[in-house]
Design a protein around this ligand. Structure first.
Ligand code: 1PR
Length: 548
């Protein structure tokens, strides 16, 4: 088998990239030291997290000069995400750290006054000529396809500096900003998006680079998709062991995952199927992301044997869209008494194929301490340590709130809203109480406080569940979503309550949510992800089409 050299200079999720390279028929050789570069024919440089951290890893490792020699010798080089960014002169993310200086532009942060940042989701990368027709496919790029982006900094598109320097630029628009989605010149290709997480469209780009297919004509029928971020649909699998010890996908209603049998203890744990098989099914139905939530955290299991690690390894071999894993991401004591920091737990998940980790209970505890300390950051929380190492786009906080009704806002110090759905005694106001331990323990702390604290700590996205709505098939809590969207600029995923395709249209049309999640309605086979996306398209909403 032909091979490609991979430079893993910064901890990150490269298992998915290795799986994607092997999927297109190549094997990976690792670059461990600078001398290995001279022996490499093709090199791929991945990268997640901070520009400065990645550049300092390259410099401290002695890789900069050999990489520039490889590029200047005309040998094939591909940079992915921060692996694209380091090709530039620099980035305002770390103004004192020079880049490799191959592309003479400086990256800047997205304007977050009119949109969520990071830019997370599926967007275009189009080399459509100024006359508007798509003429050629540069390295397999297709203006009709969508690709997965997750970044806060970008290279604004500047025709003079780039095109006149001989670069072919695939541009992409986010809000009112047009930036570089992919860029190519001679032996160099770089993508801001993650081709290894962009389904078949992304695999096509990796295959074209590895096969040295710089350009080929596009079918005349190719039409560009509408510019902009698609509506992101996420399938969520709550995972736990059933009473027979088997790992199953289950689903609660109001977080109660046991069948109703008239007893207080409840019946069997709902068994809705096998996690890896169901994840693949949802990928093939067009899910834009898949989330696994380990809802029992396997308390008596050695860390290295966590069943979710194996699930991620197997799922990432066939699911080429982002994978998030939650449940038990916190400082932990192993079964032998060894202390295992949250960062180490997260690293095990990233190395097993996760792209994002989701933190629930621990985030509430950290946020309470943040407020108790007068909004001082300790630098020691799971959120801070993991986002510092892997970038904020790798850290999701999962919120498990429930409504607490009050007759008047003055009845509580918590952040209240006026609700259109009065409480049991006609209360016109409510606040959203944070809970931990899967909803089993309520805290005197509200969701508005939680999300503002975790955003300050470096969380990149909010998974906004709702205990009152969970499993209800009655639609999302739109008031909760708007309440949270007023508090943060990071993306929010609406979760809990979806039962019909119209619920997805409703949440996108009546809130500013950045994504919408479904669980029970998919697991029970009532609707497929494709049916939801097809319905959204008929409603005029932009969705990504699954490509085989
Ligand atoms: O606290 O960091 O160990 O994380 C535990 C994680 O497990 C959290 O993300 C928490 O939300 C989740 N969790 C814990 N217990 C349960 C439970 O159900 N007993 N699942 C649970 C919460 C939320 C979604 C669900 C949506 C959509 N489930 O996973 O899928 O509510 O459901 P629907 O579309 O069927 O309405 P930590």
């Amino acid at each position: 088998m032909s091979k490609v050299h991979l430079l893993d200079y910064v901890a990150g999720n490269i298992r998915s990239l290795v799986n994607a390279i092997e999927k297109v028929g190549y094997t990976v050789e690792w670059i461990r030291k600078p001398e290995d570069i001279a022996a490499a024919d093709k090199i791929i440089l991945p990268g997640v997290g901070h520009f400065g951290h990645c550049m300092s890893q390259l410099r401290n490792g002695g890789f900069v000069e050999p990489l520039l020699q490889h590029i200047n010798a005309g040998k094939p080089f591909m940079g992915i995400c921060v692996g694209l960014q380091v090709l530039f002169d620099g980035s305002t993310e770390d103004p004192t750290v020079p880049g490799l200086g191959v592309i003479h532009r400086t990256l800047t942060k997205f304007d977050d006054s009119d949109k969520s940042v990071p830019h997370i989701g599926w967007n275009s990368a189009s080399t459509v000529s100024k006359e508007g027709e798509a003429t050629e496919s540069v390295y397999g790029l297709n203006p009709a396809s969508k690709y997965y982006y997750v970044h806060s900094y970008c290279a604004k598109y500047a025709p003079r500096e780039l095109d006149e320097a001989g670069w072919t630029v695939a541009t992409v628009r986010y809000g009112n900003e047009e930036f570089v989605g992919a860029i190519a010149r001679g032996n160099v290709l770089a993508t801001q998006f993650h081709p290894e997480k962009s389904g078949a469209a992304g695999l096509r780009v990796i295959r074209a680079f590895l096969n040295d297919e710089k350009s080929k004509p596009l079918p005349s029928s190719t039409a560009s998709t509408k510019d902009g971020l698609t509506r992101r649909i996420i399938a969520c699998l709550d995972v736990r062991t059933n009473d027979q010890g088997d790992l199953v996908v289950t689903k609660g209603d109001g977080y109660d995952v046991r069948e109703k049998d008239g007893t207080d203890a409840g019946g069997q744990v709902r068994n809705l199927g096998k996690p890896v098989d169901m994840a693949r099914t949802y990928y093939e139905q067009g899910a834009d992301e898949v989330t696994f939530l380990n809802i029992t955290s396997f308390r008596d299991c050695p860390i290295k044997d966590l069943p979710m690690l194996e699930i991620l390894k197997r799922a990432s071999e066939t699911v080429f869209v982002p994978l998030t894993v939650g449940g038990g991401i916190r400082d932990t004591v192993d079964t032998d008494g060894t202390k295992v920091p949250a960062l180490e737990v997260a690293t095990m998940y990233f190395k097993s194929g996760a792209d994002k980790v989701s933190i629930g209970s621990d985030a509430v505890t950290a946020a309470e301490e943040y407020f108790a300390s007068g909004k001082q950051l300790s630098g020691k929380t799971a959120i801070e340590t993991i986002s510092k190492a892997y970038g904020n786009q790798a850290v999701v906080v999962s919120v498990d709130p429930r409504r607490v009704y009050v007759a008047d806002p003055s009845d509580t110090p918590r952040n209240t809203i006026r609700t259109r759905f009065p409480g049991p005694n006609g209360e016109q106001y409510c606040w959203y109480q944070c809970t931990i331990k899967g909803g089993r323990e309520g805290r005197d702390f509200d969701v508005y406080q939680l999300v503002t604290a975790v955003e300050a700590m470096g969380c990149g996205e909010i998974l906004l569940n709702c205990i009152d709505k969970d499993g209800s098939n009655s639609g999302y809590d739109l008031e909760l979503i708007n309440h949270v969207k007023e508090a943060v600029t990071i993306p929010v995923i609406a979760s809990s309550g979806a039962g019909l395709p119209t619920h997805f249209a409703e949440v996108f049309e009546r809130t500013r949510t950045d994504a919408a999640l479904g669980a029970g309605m998919f697991h029970r086979g009532e609707y497929t992800v494709k049916q939801v996306k097809d319905f959204l398209q008929t409603e005029g909403l932009l969705v990504r089409q699954f490509e085989k």
